[in-house]
Design a protein around this ligand. Structure first.
Ligand SMILES: Cc1cc2nc3c(=O)[nH]c(=O)nc-3n(C[C@H](O)[C@H](O)[C@H](O)COP(=O)(O)OP(=O)(O)OC[C@H]3O[C@@H](n4cnc5c(N)ncnc54)[C@H](O)[C@@H]3O)c2cc1C
Length: 300
């Protein structure tokens, strides 16, 4: 088991349950969960971590499907420490552990427009950067000025978005590096208009998504067909007849069939099996190979 170094101040939790830290509420524990008290603590931790111990970050756990066997190594959780949001003119600087909602609300309070889409995406800034989260025609990279990362050796660096190959629900960090913050560049706007846009987004989501059930948002990425046309993943899943398909307590939502929901007692295994059934049925009936948006991590 990983020994806590005396110079590290944050909390180590052994055999840490993680299912409750995800929005879909499945999955096994982490060997160790580390929660740094601040950025310097995270840097010291990474510097001292033996090279053979793997680690990942968990943000708000809204895009993670943790397998039932849990995570070998360390899960780093930074939402209690690196969650500051500061507004400076047209720019907002946020810690990777802050929620996107906090950024959107700070922007609204300062009449800055461009971050409204983040209000309905239930993740952290770090998760939004990693996934290039987006909605309603906007992506995180669109409002990004620069990011702060910590390398595997614990060094702090500032990078421009160009260095990270942002694409649809995708970005690339140097091996072993983590996002610790970002600076967003917004435009002056009208506070009432921004407020109304955020209300509209939240209303649309409540109407079209099963927000009263544990889920991870869009399960599959939207599809590019062979003829170059784009299709929403929910249309493909629906056309293949998978709406409402169920394995144990894992179900393809009836309300929005690119959402997989946990009806109560689903295991990660149920989610995995359901995913494979849907992928197979879509391939067989429509000839389309779905790509997963939700990140499957950990051991069976
Ligand atoms: C109801 C619902 C609606 C959703 N709607 C949308 C939507 O409209 N658009 C959209 O894009 N997504 C949507 N999602 C998915 C999800 O909210 C986003 O992908 C979100 O950005 C994930 O952030 P997170 O903090 O929860 O990341 P997590 O799920 O905790 O992690 C996701 C990935 O990011 C990595 N990661 C997290 N933090 C860091 C960091 N600091 N440094 C390096 N890597 C990190 C993790 O290791 C993991 O690989 C939705 C989810 C739900 C439950």
């Amino acid at each position: 088991m990983l020994k806590k170094l005396p110079q590290v101040r944050g909390r180590y939790t052994e055999n840490a349950p993680l299912a409750r830290l995800t929005t879909i509420k499945v999955g096994g524990p982490a060997d160790v969960m580390f929660e740094p008290v601040d950025l310097a603590d995270l840097q010291v931790f990474l510097k001292g971590l033996p090279e053979d111990i793997p680690y990942i970050v968990i943000g708000e756990g809204s895009n993670l499907m943790l397998r039932d066997g849990g995570i070998r190594g360390v899960v780093i959780r930074m939402d209690k420490a690196l969650n500051d949001v500061q507004v400076n003119g047209l720019e907002i600087t946020a810690g990777a552990g802050a929620t996107g909602g906090k950024v959107a609300r700070a922007a609204r309070e300062h009449s800055l427009k461009g971050a409204e889409f983040l209000c309905g995406i239930p993740g952290s800034v770090g998760g939004a950067l990693k996934m290039n989260a987006g909605a309603y025609g906007h992506e995180t990279v669109d409002i990004l000025k620069e990011v702060q990362i910590v390398t595997q050796k614990g060094e702090l660096q500032t990078l421009s978005p160009k260095a990270l190959n942002f694409a649809y629900r995708h970005s690339e960090l140097p091996k072993g590096a983590l996002f610790v913050g970002a600076t967003f560049k917004l435009e002056q706007g009208d506070k009432e208009e921004i407020r109304n846009r955020m209300r509209e987004i939240n209303k649309n989501r409540a109407t079209s998504q099963p927000l009263n059930m544990p889920s991870s948002g869009s399960w599959f990425k939207n599809v590019m067909l062979e003829d170059g046309t784009k299709k929403h993943a929910w249309q493909v899943v629906s056309e293949a007849g998978c709406r409402g398909m169920r394995v144990g307590d894992a179900q393809v939502s009836v309300k929005h069939c690119n959402f997989f929901v946990n009806l109560g007692e689903a295991t990660a295994k149920d989610m995995q099996t359901l995913t494979e059934h849907v992928e197979a049925q879509v391939l067989e009936r429509l000839g389309v190979q779905l790509e997963r948006e939700v990140r499957f991590v950990g051991e069976d």
